[in-house]
Design a protein around this ligand. Sequence first.
Ligand code: PEP
Length: 250
Amino acid sequence: MRQSLVVANWKMNGSLASNQALLDAIKQGCQDVSHVQISICPPAVYLAQVSQLLTGSAISWGAQNVSHEAGGAFTGEIAVSMLAELQCRYVIIGHSERRSLYAESDQVVAEKFARVRNAGLIPILCVGETLSERESNQTEAVVLRQLDAVLASEGIAGFHQAVIAYEPVWAIGTGKTASREQAQAVHAVIRQHLAKQDAAVAEKIQILYGGSVKANNATELFAMPDIDGGLIGGASLQAQEFLAICKAAR
Ligand code: PEP
């Protein structure tokens, strides 16, 4: 039985004061949601603050991105060893905003995935199709291409300690959510694809759904058999909304 995981992706939002208020409220409100793993991914500059505020709680934290290089002359980049020092548990890899706005290729995403795993952190690999790809019936091909780029370099063993987030690009930050049937269908395709190589890995891996998840649609999405929680953007910035989403997880 897979435990549910709900991950907050704060994107480029927050301040020292608002982070503290948000985390105080989440820590207070999550005491009766021990059946769900919760993680917070703030902007990197706030990771030290967030780690301090969450140490001793059941909530973990992670990063939204990492360099594919180990370290050195890469101005503005952050090495995975630095995230490890701050006890990050997760690193979001290949978010569609990184792929589209910062031109991250499948190859770079695969390299980042490897860096994260080799450092003992858990990658959250984001995959998902654009609206035009969905409308031209390419959803499965796109998602499997993104998955295969990592499988080709890491093998199925790379997914032993990893999380996948299916995030249809057309649903991110748009208020449009995939229906539970649409989401379940893609999650099942992902799990079946992994199962062809290793049934145990496929059965164990948490596959999250992301894309305009709110308190009012989380229950039906999380009830689907292959949806193991969510990657939450906008709604993770409001404590009560985020807590309601966490409570909706199985
Ligand atoms: C995201 O950025 O990963 C995301 C799912 O955003 P939102 O929930 O705002 O659609």
